[in-house]
Design a protein around this ligand. Sequence first.
Ligand SMILES: [Mg+2]
Length: 189
Amino acid sequence: MIDPASLAFDIDGVFADTMSLFLDIAREDYHIYNVNYEDISCYILEECIDMDPDLIETILIRIMNGTHRPPLKPIAGATRVLTRIGRIHRPILFVTARPYGEPIYQWMQNILPLDGDSVEVVATGSFDAKIDVLANRDISYFVEDRLETCYPLFSSGVTPILFKQPWNRKRHPFMEVGTWKELESLIDF
Ligand SMILES: [Mg+2]
């Protein structure tokens, strides 16, 4: 069982349903209807979906800045489980490769019924930099959806928990969960 104090989280693809937002923006603002969630079979979007790379970039920038009309939603069950964690441990640490954390921190404030100091968001700007942040925080477990990040995490002594997504369906040696309910069952409340 995992001590909540030793657990940290990625945000996009784990807490935030960022790829659904990506598709919502593509549909509503750019009238792209031929791409589905299950088509996102790799992390680098231009390599797996049929969409103009410049448009992919434009939408991703809007997501990072929080300048989009369709709302960003949490992944099913995430809010409930994080709220439960937040009642016994604070701050809950989130480490993201986003270049800046403020818009997503504000989003969390709106989503989670917890005090502002219940969450801490560290934005590293790179996948590799996540490792150093976690190593300096006594974190033993990290929930992540990018399979490539799990290998250096593991090498640095942090046990990755892969959150299943269409873009990480390759063979791997790590623990994985498909839902927040499943993740919840691993946590020592
Ligand atoms: Mg992610």
